[in-house]
Design a protein around this ligand. Structure first.
Ligand code: 6R9
Length: 661
């Protein structure tokens, strides 16, 4: 939770604000054909429930709801009494309506192999996978862990779970065996779906070998279903492990989808919190799919059968769930799905793909935009990007320079940019411009979408006016809101609802400000969660990984601003007394520590820099003052040290940092 130290850091960020006041109004031509219009804001606030009921009509309900919302704070039920099948909504109904031949996915493998999957193909694959899951003992309410690369089977697996009323728990392919094990254990998953290997920068890397490490001691796992992707050798446990091509391929491609309650759990997705233990965020069917479909339609101005849509996220993150799978498929999108890294085999790969498929909507993250900037604007200039109509951004604040570069070099100055703020917990987009409606400012997420209500408040829960800054809160329930943290109601109340308990606000954990025109500017996390390349990593998680190494006694980790990744992980460690200090400070030893973190959590958590120090700055009550360490890590003059138990510590650390850089 935001403690004394993090509150101070919000203050520091607030005073560093950009004074951006350029605005980019939509063209008349775009506005004339846009899916949403300006009057939606008033219409939605006049009768919020009626507005959401209208949005829910985007879906097929086997049985219509009796009540739109049942709000017993902090527990919401949306579309109460309604029944639907999520997979039917994403697949079958489009086939039944005569769109079976429309492409659902243009899949592009990293080595250059491709697959075209129509809605009819998707229906057959999902039915076969659902039948296979039943054969493997999966039924309504069961949990299925999925660790797969960006291959079509990942989508088939998710939809097969949804079809059966089982919950998936997708774990990012880059997470370590330890991280996968913890997630399997917490969710008590019955089945794991994985692959033999995955392509990483042109080379096959093992996957099954890692997941075997994770499932060595997970008694709940009954079977491991393995997709063959790379032909890499795999360890095999007879009786437990089965190949996808053996079990799924021989199934019938017919499966009758049962309608489930609107509040049927759909999935669990783990995200970093302020403690070391990841939180299993729970989403349910009806409200989640409604908001995914609505936002995907209005924020990207998606036209079914016309648009070619590409969200570059990995399926292991919420963006992949809501904007590769559920939103686009509910809206009958034709999507590009790409398996690999953006510079394999060359730095123009994304632009080549946009040109090849005529992508019209492109949704990516600021960290990637900044990487493209670094690679140079001459690279996108070599490709025909004229099919692009809308550009999106998600995952972290986008700085005005990156926004302007994106607009000019990718959007050729005529694509609206939508900077979309939301979280794993919110399930779908909450704050964003509407293309064709909003005059956007570079770097601002602008205002809550029609139907959504947000506020910026002070520590004392007072709303701040234009120009003011504070904490971002959501003051009204929304359909795709999390329904809880898996197995931990207390943590759910504590993390999100205790900060402003009297007001009943959801505390997002982000700092924000209004500019003089009332546009919202997100300022980053106010708690101990770092944002590295758009990925949430908790400082505590990295600290525990470091202290699990035999040479480390104590560790403090901060997120320091980084020109490319948004934040970079900087760690300060104290070595154990019994280790040879000089050796343990050497380059090799530091590398070993960085690799250790990577092995414990995953490569995304590898510290950019590790400093060996003799002491850490602590308050008299023993709290590490990360604010001061952040000052050091960002080469700033160290701030107020008066609450430190020993104020000389900071001089030593600062001096050490200069030596090491
Ligand atoms: C969708 C997603 C959520 C955190 C969130 C905030 C940051 C996301 C942002 C943004 C500024 C944006 N964030 N989008 N900050 N502007 N457009 O990223 O979910 O992985 O749970 O991260 O990411 O700090 O609180 P998740």
């Amino acid at each position: 939770m935001a403690d004394e130290t993090s509150r101070e850091s919000t203050g520091a960020t607030l005073s560093n604000l950009s004074t951006e006041n350029r605005t980019f109004a939509p063209s008349e031509e775009f506005a004339a054909q846009a899916n949403a219009t300006a009057d939606w804001y008033d219409r939605a606030s006049a009768d919020r429930e009626a507005f959401w009921a209208e949005q829910a009509e985007r879906l097929h309900w086997e049985q219509k709801w009796e009540r739109v919302l049942d709000w017993d704070a902090p527990f919401a039920k949306w579309f109460v009494g309604g029944k639907l099948n999520v997979a039917y909504n994403c697949v079958d109904r489009h086939v039944e309506a005569g769109h079976g031949e429309q492409v659902a996915f243009h899949w592009e493998g990293e080595p250059g192999d491709t697959r075209t999957i129509t809605y009819s193909d998707l229906q057959r694959e999902v039915c076969k996978a659902a039948n296979a899951l039943v054969e493997l003992g999966v039924g309504e309410g069961d949990r299925v862990a999925i660790q797969l690369p960006m291959i079509p089977e990942a989508v088939f697996s998710m939809l097969a779970c949804a079809r059966l009323g089982a919950m998936h728990s997708v774990v990012f392919g880059g997470f370590s065996p330890g991280a996968l094990k913890a997630r399997i254990e917490d969710a008590e998953a019955k089945l794991l779906i994985t692959s033999d290997g995955q392509y990483r920068r042109g080379k096959p890397a093992p996957m099954k070998a890692n997941t075997d490490e994770a499932t060595a001691e997970t008694p709940t796992i009954e079977h491991v279903l393995v997709v063959k992707r790379t032909e890499i050798d795999v360890p095999w446990t007879e009786g437990r492990d089965v190949w996808w091509h053996d079990v799924v391929d021989r199934q019938s491609d017919q499966h009758a989808a049962e309608a489930f309650d609107s509040e049927q759990p759909l999935y669990i997705l783990y995200t970093s919190g302020t403690t070391g233990k990841p939180k299993g965020i729970l989403h349910t069917a009806g409200g989640y799919l409604t908001q995914c479909a609505y936002t995907h339609n209005v924020v990207f101005d998606h036209k079914p059968g016309e648009s070619v849509y590409w969200c570059t996220a990995d399926i292991g993150w919420v963006t992949g769930h809501s904007y590769i799978v559920y939103g686009p498929l509910a809206n009958r999108a034709t999507s590009v799905m790409y398996e690999g890294t953006p510079n394999t085999p060359h730095e123009g790969r994304h632009w080549e793909i946009i040109q090849k498929y005529g992508v019209s909507i492109y949704y990516t993250a600021p960290t990637l935009i900044r990487t493209f900037m670094k690679w140079g604007s001459d690279i996108p200039a070599k490709y025909d990007l004229s099919s692009l109509r809308v550009l999106g951004s998600v995952g972290e604040p986008i700085n005005p320079e990156a926004w302007m570069w994106y607009r000019e070099h990718i959007g050729r100055d005529n694509c609206p940019i939508v900077d979309t703020w939301w979280q794993t917990e919110t399930g779908a987009i909450m704050i964003s411009p509407l293309p064709g409606v909003t005059a956007a400012k570079p770097g601002s997420a602008m205002r809550p979408l029609p139907g959504i209500s947000a506020e910026i408040v002070t520590e004392e829960a007072q709303p701040v006016g234009p120009g003011g800054g504070g904490y971002l809160v959501l003051d009204k329930p929304w359909p795709s809101m999390l329904r809880g943290i898996w197995g931990d109601e207390e943590r759910y109340r504590d993390t999100y609802w205790s900060r402003f308990a009297d007001q009943g606000y959801y505390f997002a954990g982000d700092g924000a400000k209004y500019d003089d025109d009332g546009a919202i500017w997100l300022l980053g996390r106010v708690d101990d969660v770092m944002n590295v390349s758009g990925h949430r990593i908790s400082t505590t998680e990295v600290e525990s990984a470091l202290v699990s190494h035999p040479t480390v006694a104590e560790a403090a980790v901060v997120g320091a601003s980084d020109a490319t990744t948004g934040q970079g992980i900087v760690a300060f460690v104290i070595l154990r007394g019994n280790v040879a200090q000089d050796e343990a400070k050497g380059e090799e030893a530091i590398k070993a520590l960085r690799d250790h973190v990577s092995k414990e959590i995953g490569p995304i958590a590898k510290p950019r820099q590790i400093m060996v120090v003799d002491e850490l700055p602590k308050t008299r009550s023993g709290k590490i003052m990360r604010r001061l360490l952040r000052d050091v890590a960002e080469n700033r003059e160290v701030g107020d040290v008066t609450t430190l138990a020993d104020s000389s510590v900071m001089d030593l650390i600062s001096a050490g940092m200069q030596d090491s850089s």
